[in-house]
Design a protein around this ligand. Structure first.
Ligand SMILES: Cc1cc2nc3c(=O)[nH]c(=O)nc-3n(C[C@H](O)[C@H](O)[C@H](O)COP(=O)(O)O)c2cc1C
Length: 208
């Protein structure tokens, strides 16, 4: 049964909206993929736009936390896809219920790698590094509210649906240690240094 009031129905949203929240663990398949997070983000943005799903996918410390909102049918279909996806495992549903309004209506799926340094919100920082299987219901709610707070601050300054920085499985591992942007620059620096060393070696090899 719809919980929309008359005011809600005059809004562009005329169908019931549901939320689906779950946590899961990345698998070795997910970690070994060339660009797992990026692949998921690209597919999700494409599909979710078509299916009018919005939400956020968080990755950190080997865990996923995803919050999505859309019609009951669209979310049920997505849940079935997720259960068959071998890039993650141990999917634990935290919530599947009707809601009145969307939290992330401009994001067909924002993917973020959770790093303490990224966030000013002390509530969010307190729940990092991500260990969602040990959370209670209140922790999940605080976490989600903090993400929405982050969303509200980001939509003011950013374009919607920005792609995450591309980085591979090594980048995922490094990003756990040093953060998303630092990981990207670290990889660039290491590769650059290797190229310079190789050039030097070729130049000097025939002199000795
Ligand atoms: C952690 C995680 C989150 C995902 N989130 C979404 C999503 O929000 N939307 C989506 O369409 N696919 C998502 N996927 C991918 C689906 O499991 C599945 O691969 C995809 O829907 C298949 O789409 P395709 O038939 O267009 O290739 C996610 C996968 C993982 C591992």
């Amino acid at each position: 049964m719809s919980t929309f009031t008359d005011t809600d129905i005059t809004n562009s949203e005329v169908v019931d909206v549901y939320q689906f929240i779950y946590i899961s663990r990345i698998t070795s398949t997910g970690l070994s993929g060339a660009s797992t997070l990026n692949d998921i983000a690209e597919t999700s943005i494409k599909n979710n736009t078509i299916n009018n799903i919005t939400g956020i996918l968080c990755y950190g410390n080997g865990y996923f936390f995803q919050y999505v909102e859309g019609t009951e049918q669209a979310l049920t279909n997505l849940k079935n896809q997720l259960l068959m996806d071998d890039r993650h495992k141990d999917l634990q549903m935290l919530e599947f219920s009707e809601i009145k309004t969307r939290r992330f209506e401009n994001w067909s799926l924002r993917s973020i790698v959770l790093e303490q340094w990224l966030f000013k919100d002390p509530n969010l920082k307190a729940l990092l590094p991500l260990k969602p299987y040990s959370w209670n219901a209140e922790d999940s709610k605080v976490f989600l509210d903090s993400l929405q707070h982050y969303y509200d601050s980001q939509v003011k300054v950013e374009e919607v649906d920005m792609q995450p920085i591309k980085y591979n499985a090594l980048g995922i591992t490094l990003s756990k240690v040093v953060g998303q942007h630092q990981a990207f620059f670290l990889i660039q620096t290491v590769l650059g240094t290797l190229i310079v060393l190789a050039l030097l070696w070729f130049m000097l090899a025939d002199k000795f």
